[in-house]
Ligand binder design. Structure first.
Ligand SMILES: NC(=O)c1ccc[n+]([C@@H]2O[C@H](COP(=O)([O-])OP(=O)(O)OC[C@H]3O[C@@H](n4cnc5c(N)ncnc54)[C@H](O)[C@@H]3O)[C@@H](O)[C@H]2O)c1
Length: 312
């Protein structure tokens, strides 16, 4: 499977490098002439074009890594041309458009995969298995922080830019469906674009999720804490550690602390695992882990939150 890439910017260049390492890089579409010149030096022999349409006929599949506002039209063009498509997160800026892409891919028998990278972290897969195996009893809540001095974006807010990863993990890790959301955000840098957000999600089965995202924060923090009736789990994404805390409060409201255990997890390379998965799905015609319908649900949650935003 030869994969083309649209958009080799800050993130897309990592996709280009990874596909090249996997010997699957077929072509690159990039509008910026200076970036194209650099790519030509680094990847001599790889066809370089300007427009997404020019990839048709050159490759079997395409990874779209342009800014989010281009995702819908570019993915639609590629799916209609009969190509398999990987789209970076967020799939689109509108759940109706996300649904249209998922339906189009299904109708045309094409693979549609979305770049919810965290679900390819081996520790997140382990976390899902540990919860499903009942090691922490009944899951009651999940708390996520994705904070730091980050790349402030002018169109999508910090929930759409960073929190999208966390929402994707919640929907991927729990077996629950969304019942309601509550959202508070603050916009400081660009009018109407929140830089700091708190999202609370009520899931079926009484599970609650709480996500804090900010790109104006002094320390880089990426952490998921899962609380269960029999124990707790902490995934520190930066340290790449998954810790099981055998701690709880019993029926008599006494603290029970039976220590903690570092669960060994192979760190892996999430982007390599993600691209390998995309290529395998294209080759074997199987549904990706981060398929179109999952991405539609993620966008629906973000939209529910956005509807509650009051900008003065
Ligand atoms: N999965 C992750 O962890 C992760 C991390 C960062 C960014 N992203 C996502 O990747 C996407 C790109 O983000 P970025 O930070 O690399 O943006 P960027 O602005 O740095 O890069 C975008 C690139 O696309 C090119 N481009 C724009 N329009 C084009 C077009 N019509 N045809 C071809 N090329 C075009 C630009 O010239 C630029 O080089 C976003 O959706 C972002 O959310 C994902």
């Amino acid at each position: 499977v030869k994969v083309g890439v649209v958009g080799a910017g800050a993130w897309g260049k990592n996709i280009v490098r990874t596909l090249s390492e996997l010997d699957a890089l077929g072509a690159i579409a990039e509008t910026n002439p200076a970036t194209r010149a650099q790519l030509h030096e680094t990847y001599p022999g790889v066809p370089l074009v300007e427009g997404v349409e020019e990839l048709v006929g050159l490759v079997d599949a395409v990874a779209v890594a342009t800014p989010a506002e281009h995702h819908f039209s570019q993915a639609k063009t590629l799916l209609e041309a009969g190509l398999d498509v990987f789209v970076e997160k967020p799939i689109t800026l509108d759940s109706g458009d996300a649904r249209r892409l998922a339906d189009l891919a299904r109708a045309r028998g094409r693979i549609l995969m979305v770049g919810h990278l965290l679900l390819f972290q081996p520790a997140v897969k382990r976390l899902r298995d540990v919860i499903a195996d009942g090691l922490i009893g009944r899951l009651t809540s999940i708390h996520q922080e994705r904070l730091g001095l980050g790349r402030a974006r002018p169109v999508e807010n910090v929930l759409w830019s960073l929190g999208v990863h966390d929402v994707a993990v919640i929907l991927g890790v729990t077996e629950s469906s969304i019942e309601s959301v509550a959202f508070v955000g603050q916009s400081v840098l660009t009018h109407g674009v929140d830089d700091d957000t708190y999202l609370h999600i009520d899931l079926s089965g009484g599970v609650q999720a709480h996500i804090h995202n900010s790109w104006i924060w002094p320390e880089k923090r990426r952490r998921l804490t899962a609380i269960g009736t029999q124990g707790m789990l902490v995934f520190d994404e930066l340290a790449q550690t998954l810790t099981l805390h055998r701690k709880r409060i019993d029926a008599e409201l006494r603290n029970v602390d039976e220590g903690e255990e570092l669960l060994a997890v192979d760190p892996g390379q999430p982007l390599t695992l993600e691209m390998e998965h995309f290529i395998a799905c294209c080759r074997e015609r199987k549904t990706p882990l981060t398929h179109g319908d999952h991405a539609v649900e993620v966008i629906r949650v973000l939209e529910m939150a956005t509807r509650q935003t009051v900008t003065t």
